[in-house]
Design a protein around this ligand. Structure first.
Ligand code: SF4
Length: 437
């Protein structure tokens, strides 16, 4: 086996390896940038013989559907729908939302919901937090926290920056907390009978959902502690399951997500690519600072788009110059952190995604051959931006379901219930590095 320093053994919830398949090509070593695993799964993406691959969880979900009376609720992340078709010989980046929902229903889901809803919720909380930090001399820059590999990287390698991470949970973690509280209440389902399954482009989400602190719904409900998200499966696993069940993906009729927690805006959709979280947050921060929505022709922030490793922009909102940076790829994130540490650059808000291009090329997405790497990434990104353009609602705080949920359940952004269910904490995990670097 090509020697990879990171631990891909039993305790790794994201990836595993089969030494007998290794052909000693060394691709994993070239891909991996850290001595202690941050669960991103990029080594699995670039391992030609699949000696390294994601840990499979879909068979456990399959078992639950077949042999129990649990209510199985699926939620799909934005990047899945622009890549799943590639597993069935569809065009690169093709937008297959309707067929994806139908396929999941056929697999036995009781409900199919959309993580773009929770991406909007994340933006409402994260933008409120940003404005709060700016107005009240809070710790800046605020870092996005929706990428668990990035969060773990900060906790292990730069613990002095954990206070910079937004306390807003990632969209999938908000989604599951809402499923086991509000959704369960409205649908009159015992939350203990719900299995929340997330379909993500990401192997790192398998690690995130096991973080002990992400069990707020059970605490809120006064029930025995259990994780908010039960399983996270990758796009590739979903495709494997669809094939196992002999479902002809492209002959499926399209269907829609279920209603509650099932609708997102264009801002939620672009969460799947580099620059998308920043753009979504700027759209909503503008509203929180000025009290007005951006005019339609100013909704797009092209300065934060594109594949440049580190992008910087200054956006003027009501006389306030908001300085932002967007970075993708963990090496680039390290470079930026060092510059911030040295005082060479200052920002209000920084978006970081571990994977190049963002979640569209996450460690659990359909594999891309090296020759088509950039081309396919761009096609997936274009597909998400096209969907944002097509949608009439493009501002997270204008999502009608979000407005209703704050009125009926959450109260207000950063309010008591929001803090309890939608925010989290981070820890100094530098101990994990002892003896490794
Ligand atoms: Fe997962 Fe997205 Fe982070 Fe990649 S960028 S590790 S896919 S959350």
């Amino acid at each position: 086996m090509a020697e990879l320093v990171v631990d891909l053994g039993e305790n790794n919830p994201s990836v595993e390896r089969d030494d007998s398949k290794c052909v000693y090509c060394g691709m994993c070593k070239k891909t991996c940038k850290v001595p202690v695993c941050i669960n991103c799964g990029q080594c699995a993406n670039f391992c030609p013989p699949e000696a390294i691959r994601e840990k499979k969880d879909f068979d456990k979900v399959k078992e639950i559907i077949k042999n129990t009376d649990k209510i199985v609720v699926f939620s799909t992340a934005p990047a899945v729908r622009v890549a799943l078709g590639e597993e069935f010989e569809g065009k690169d980046g093709e937008y297959v939302e309707g067929k994806m929902v139908s396929a999941i229903r056929k697999l036995g889901a009781d409900y199919v919901l959309d993580v773009t809803f929770a991406a909007d919720l994340t933006i409402v909380e994260e933008a409120s937090e940003l404005v709060n930090r700016i107005k009240n001399n809070g710790v800046l820059p605020q870092f996005t926290s929706c990428c668990p590999s990035w969060v773990k990287f900060v906790e292990m390698y730069y613990p002095e920056f954990t206070k910079n991470l937004s306390t807003a949970k990632s969209p999938i973690s908000m989604q599951s907390a809402m499923i086991k509280t509000y959704f369960a209440k409205v649908k009159n389902i015992n939350p203990e009978n719900i299995i929340s399954v997330v379909v993500a482009p990401c192997t790192s989400k398998k690690y995130e959902v096991k973080r002990e602190e992400l069990s707020d719904a059970s605490k809120f409900n006064g029930l025995k502690q259990c994780q908010d998200t039960d399983y996270s499966i990758t796009t590739r696993e979903l495709a494997e399951w669809i094939r196992e069940e002999n479902i002809d993906f492209y002959s499926l009729k399209e269907s829609k997500f279920d209603d509650l927690l099932g609708k997102g805006t264009g801002a939620g959709v672009i969460f799947g690519n580099t620059g998308g979280v920043m753009e979504a947050a700027l759209r909503t921060s503008y509203y929180y600072i000025t009290g007005k929505n951006l005019p339609d022709d100013k909704i797009e922030f092209h300065a934060v788009r594109g594949m440049e490793a580190i992008k910087e922009a200054s956006i003027e909102i009501n006389g306030l110059e908001v300085n932002v940076a967007i970075v993708h790829g963990i090496d680039n994130a390290r470079t930026l952190l060092e510059k911030i540490k040295a005082g060479e650059v200052t920002y209000h808000f920084v978006e970081v995604m571990n994977c190049v291009g963002g979640c569209i090329s996450g460690g659990g997405q359909p594999k891309i051959t090296l020759l088509k790497l950039d081309e396919t990434r761009l096609k997936r990104i274009d597909s998400l931006y096209s969907e944002d353009e097509r949608l009439t609602k493009r501002l997270s705080h204008e999502n009608p379901e979000i407005k209703e949920i704050y009125e009926k359940f959450l109260g207000e952004p950063l309010g008591e219930i929001s803090e309890q269910l939608l925010h989290t904490e981070y820890f100094d995990k530098s101990d994990l590095l002892k003896g490794r670097i």
